[in-house]
Design a protein around this ligand. Structure first.
Ligand code: HEC
Ligand code: HEC
Length: 184
């Protein structure tokens, strides 16, 4: 049980979520693990060094198809998933800057009660995000995932903005303000 909890914790990097989801964890997690599609292997690209054209090409050839597989397995409504699903309807105007600002806003990283409430309200989505979307996307970009010891890593706030934070897409001039506690 301890190991299970530790694993859940590290997977979600979300103490609040893990704690809230814990009671139902053992059987449910086992069932989900069996059903969950395989996550993509860690790529060898150097994302930081890629230019805009290379990034677009990689997104189109690899990121979109791989992520779409996961999203469709989670919910068939994503069968028409596109660049806009992550980047928003103004993707071209905002030059695909992420976080894009049109995804649902998440509680601030320090807002534990907020994350507990989210885990209770949307347990499946929260789990899918933490155990599949975040690690898969980090692997595809060859970036380390965020966690408490690597708060600057790739995490929820690489895609979602936080409640109360300025929307980057609406204020493109502002320097990309990553939330201070971006450890998720
Ligand atoms: C599953 C979500 C997802 C999908 C689908 C997706 N992207 Fe991205 N994209 C991201 C994330 C996350 C980043 C930012 C990575 C980082 O630097 O942290 C990004 C970054 C980019 C960038 C670089 C932006 C910059 O500031 O340099 C471009 C260009 C881009 N995407 C184009 C596309 C195109 C074109 C498509 C469709 C073919 C697409 N993306 C589909 C998640 C997605
Ligand atoms: C690669 C980009 C990406 C990352 C990283 C990411 N998400 Fe998401 N998230 C999305 C997309 C895309 C959707 C679906 C939006 C839609 O359906 O239009 C979504 C949807 C959600 C939803 C569902 C909202 C709803 O109303 O149903 C929740 C909750 C959520 N994300 C939480 C998180 C959490 C918590 C994390 C970190 C553990 C996270 N996300 C990481 C891209 C991302």
């Amino acid at each position: 049980m301890k190991t299970m909890l530790a694993l859940t914790l590290s997977l979600l990097s979300l103490a609040g979520l893990a704690a809230a989801a814990e009671p139902a964890a053992p059987t449910k997690a086992a069932a989900d693990a069996a059903a969950a599609p395989k996550l993509p292997a860690r790529s060898k690209i150097d994302w930081e060094k890629m230019n805009d054209g290379q990034r677009k090409k990689y997104m189109k050839a690899t990121v979109l198809p791989e992520m779409k597989k996961l999203f469709v397995a989670f919910d068939k409504k994503y069968k028409s998933m596109s660049c806009q699903t992550c980047h928003g309807s103004k993707a071209a105007e905002t030059k695909f800057k992420m976080p894009g600002g049109e995804l649902p806003k998440l509680p601030q990283a320090t807002d534990r009660p907020g994350f507990m409430a989210l885990a209770q309200k949307k347990p499946e989505a929260a789990k899918f995000m933490g155990t599949q979307v975040k690690p898969a996307m980090a692997a595809l970009l060859n970036l380390d995932e965020s966690n408490p010891t690597n708060p600057k890593g790739f995490g929820c706030y690489s895609c979602h903005t936080a409640e109360g934070a300025p929307t980057p897409a609406a204020a493109p001039a502002a320097p990309a303000a990553k939330p201070a506690g971006g450890g998720w």
